[in-house]
Design a binder for this molecule. Structure first.
Ligand SMILES: Cc1cc2nc3c(=O)[nH]c(=O)nc-3n(C[C@H](O)[C@H](O)[C@H](O)COP(=O)(O)OP(=O)(O)OC[C@H]3O[C@@H](n4cnc5c(N)ncnc54)[C@H](O)[C@@H]3O)c2cc1C
Length: 397
């Protein structure tokens, strides 16, 4: 067994987890290289609070470079432009291709701002730091001249949890600023019922969300397909128009260009169709984890809904993938971790309250599924944020 070079692309929930887990497993026996277009780890879940000035960049990010250095992991801050899987090469936008013996792709999503007219120009977003910063400016402007608000999960969206959290946080902020008279709130969603979440629902979350919609006077439109986002509102394919002075839309995700543009690597949306060992069917030395991976929706919905690949399953996929890379190197049996069967852990924040969501499986059927609503859920989310960032920032050897 010679020395191998294992390359990981991405340094977030999938890539960062994979790199540290792999180092733990192989020590100094093999070479690990991480390539990413940023040296920053961003804790995405906190972006629901960013537009309201409740978090700053320094609170929710950290620099991965010193951590990799202390572990003896090579880090290349480079934009990957494509892959040559038959030649075991990663192509860089600038510089020579990087060769590998094993590759793990953890490149997450490309946010599709172009499939709905007006989405890019007239709606706000929280799916990255730069867009959340623009959303903060727009929110501050909105507070000076309030009016109706529309929050939407568009057709094909998958990140429903974050849309719900933002919706309920907006509700909380409207109440805090005593703007209820001026700022009506409407949630438009591709989901067939409230709290479907792209996973076919979870326990009694539907009833709880319906209660919150009615209690807080939030209008809803289910099975919504957005035709156009305009400067003054959202037009649905069904013809209804919802006026809005502040519009946030959760769009659909695609695979990143580097993956989507590599022939034979991914499906037409750019997601890698790996098996439940996270290995590519055509290229056995290629693995993938996280949002980059295709997960089949649990059933058809009248309007397409994607499956959310949240933080916990992303880390499980990454750990499974690197254990299988090690198994391949050592000629050991493979591990399997089907997405549907992974445990579900999530905390949905609603501003000053929330719901702790725990289940034995991501997708139905589940034997155990619990939802614990209340103010403790908000504090649990804040505590988890602090714990997560502290533990990942201090992952030095
Ligand atoms: C607003 C919001 C709130 C969320 N809240 C929660 C929550 O409460 N709980 C939860 O469990 N999950 C939540 N999620 C989901 C969670 O953020 C994702 O599960 C997680 O980010 C997926 O990790 P990933 O590593 O697959 O992809 P990403 O986090 O997107 O990381 C992709 C990595 O690849 C790199 N990369 C991409 N393209 C290239 C390229 N061409 N070249 C080089 N590098 C590249 C990026 O720089 C990055 O390092 C939330 C997501 C959002 C957007």
């Amino acid at each position: 067994m010679g020395r191998k070079r294992i390359v990981i692309v991405g340094t977030s929930f999938a890539g960062y987890t994979a790199a540290l887990e792999l180092k733990e497993l192989v020590g100094d026996n093999h070479d690990i290289t991480v390539i990413a277009n940023t040296h920053q780890f961003l804790f995405f879940p906190s972006l629901i609070w960013y537009p309201f000035g409740l978090r700053e960049e320094k609170d929710i990010t950290f620099d991965v470079r010193p951590i990799y250095k202390s572990h003896g992991i090579e880090f290349l801050e480079q934009e990957v432009s494509g892959f040559l899987p038959a030649e075991n090469k990663v192509l860089l936008k600038e510089g020579e291709p990087v060769s590998y013996d094993y590759l793990l792709i953890g490149t997450g999503p490309k946010v599709d701002y172009d499939y709905i007219p007006g989405l890019r120009e007239h709606s706000h977003s929280i799916v990255g730091l730069a867009v959340a910063e623009r959303t903060r400016l727009a929110w501050n402007k909105f507070l000076e001249d309030p009016g109706p608000v529309v929050i939407a999960s568009a057709q094909g969206a998958a990140c429903f949890g974050a849309a719900y959290e933002f919706l309920f946080n907006v509700r909380y902020q409207i109440a805090k600023h005593k703007l209820q008279e001026k700022a009506s709130l409407t949630y438009l969603t591709a989901e067939p019922f409230a709290a479907h979440f792209g996973i076919g629902g979870f326990g009694n979350a539907q009833k709880m969300c319906e209660w919150m919609f009615s209690h807080y006077h939030i209008g809803t439109h289910l099975n919504a397909s957005i035709k156009e986002v305009k400067a003054d509102g959202v037009l649905l394919e069904s013809g209804e128009f919802y006026p809005s002075k502040f519009t946030m839309v959760m769009p659909r995700f695609l695979g990143v260009d580097a993956v989507r543009n590599t022939p034979g690597l991914a499906n037409t949306n750019g997601f890698l169709e790996v098996d439940d060992s996270y290995q590519h069917p055509q290229y056995p030395n290629l693995y993938a984890a996280g949002v980059a991976v295709h997960v089949k929706p649990p059933g058809q919905t009248p309007v397409p809904c994607g499956v959310p690949k949240t933080g916990y399953p992303t880390e499980q996929m990454a750990k499974t993938a690197v254990r299988n890379i090690v198994a391949d190197i050592k000629g050991l049996p493979k591990q399997h971790a089907k997405f549907d069967d992974m445990s579900a852990y999530c905390i949905m924040d609603t501003g000053n309250m929330g719901m702790i969501i725990v289940g034995d499986h991501m997708l139905s059927p589940r034997e155990h599924e619990f939802i614990i609503p209340g103010p403790e859920a908000h504090w649990a989310k804040v505590a988890f944020e602090k714990y997560f960032l502290w533990s990942r920032r201090h992952a030095h050897v």
